[in-house]
Design a protein around this ligand. Structure first.
Ligand code: PLP
Length: 348
């Protein structure tokens, strides 16, 4: 069975030699040398000032909310992974959904402004499938209404906007390093911010708040040395990973261009080929294509479906028309290094 993605395996020799280092030193967690090395290397590879590695992308979001001291309502997109919404609910914050743009699949700045209330403390847009949001408009809104901005950049590893890392926008951005993501550490994530004081706060929060000069209630959200070792190995291969994904993506783009719609990519941004979403003309056609592909041993995913404003007991929003429509017709095709080109041609 070909799945929509497959975790990238670190080079075994290299991984075992790092594990030997862990045995020799005897440090397995608590901000060990490999975690520190990975933070340095990622900061330089991504072009960011402060990056704090944590135990998951979900924890990274929750640390972001805590560090920014968010309260009340946070405006986000209904077209994302459940962690976007659930992380807010776990922190006692209320998600308010603003509709997306039909072409970029990202939250629409116009829709954001419509749901701002006196309880709103922040905007949490998602760079959906790695495609940067309309960040200039979002910054302007945040300024106008005095709101914080935290980007869920779980899909946007390595993406540049106007020549700069997309992670340098907003007050905070987060990455997920789950095994299914483009770059991974098995489980893991990161908080990225240009504000060094905020970064220190997250460093304290991830370790129970022990080092806090501010009185913060921390929790356990640390990355361990084994996870960091996986990340260090995979970071060495990142150019190859990118090239292989690009080749697969381009095969889909060429083969399917007359039959399906593709995401409208931000013209000022680079691509990371983290996903291969196609939009079909109807949900019926989508269901038929899934059946046909399953018969061929290929398992695409309906991603993201259903909308996040459904099924939580939150008041359903009848304003997320575009998100509802897109979520019913979108399909993510298999894309990962090692997927054979002949199989990609067959999927076409
Ligand atoms: C994967 C993902 C997350 C959560 O990351 P975990 O590391 O799995 O906790 C959050 N938001 C989005 C958009 C994601 O795709």
């Amino acid at each position: 069975m070909i799945n929509v993605t497959k975790p990238y395996q670190p080079n075994k020799q290299k991984f075992l030699s790092l594990i030997n280092r862990v045995y020799e030193k005897g440090t397995w967690t608590n901000n060990g040398p490999l975690v520190q090395e990975l933070e340095k290397r990622l900061a330089s590879f991504l072009g960011v000032e402060n990056i704090v590695l944590v135990s998951s992308g979900t924890m990274a979001l929750q640390f972001g909310y805590k560090a920014l001291e968010l309260t009340g309502e946070v405006i986000t997109t209904p077209f994302s992974f459940v962690a976007t919404r659930n992380s807010l609910l776990w922190e006692g914050l209320t998600p308010k959904f603003a509709d997306i743009d039909r072409e970029t699949y990202n939250i629409s700045p116009k829709a954001i402004e419509q749901v701002i209330t006196e309880k709103t403390s922040a905007i949490m847009p998602v760079h959906v499938f790695g495609n940067p949001c309309e960040m200039d408009e979002i910054s302007a809104l945040a300024q106008k209404w005095g709101l914080k901005v935290i980007y869920d950049a779980a899909h946007a590893f390595g993406v540049k906007y106007d020549g700069k890392s997309v992670l340098t926008y907003g007050d905070v951005s987060i990455l997920s390093f789950h095994a299914t993501k483009l770059f991974h550490t098995l489980e893991g994530g990161a908080v990225i911010t240009c504000d060094a004081v905020l970064a220190e706060k997250v460093r304290s929060l991830r370790n129970f708040g022990l080092a806090a000069k501010q009185r913060v209630i921390g929790i356990n959200g640390k990355m361990n040395e084994i996870e960091a070792a996986v990340g260090l190995c995979i970071l060495d291969d990142i150019e190859v990973i990118h090239a292989e994904r690009q080749e697969i993506f381009n095969l889909y783009a060429r083969g399917l261009k007359d039959y399906v719609f593709f995401q409208n990519w931000n013209p000022s941004a680079t691509r990371n080929y983290s996903y291969a979403p196609i939009l079909l003309s109807s949900e019926e056609l989508l269901v038929k294509i899934i059946d046909d592909l399953k018969a061929e041993g290929v398992s695409p995913r309906r991603y993201f479906f259903p909308n996040l404003d459904e099924g939580t007991g939150l008041s359903p929003s009848n304003q997320s028309m575009a998100a509802e429509d897109v979520s019913k017709r979108i399909l993510c095709l298999p894309i990962y290094p090692g997927l054979e080109v002949s199989r990609v041609k067959k999927i076409n």
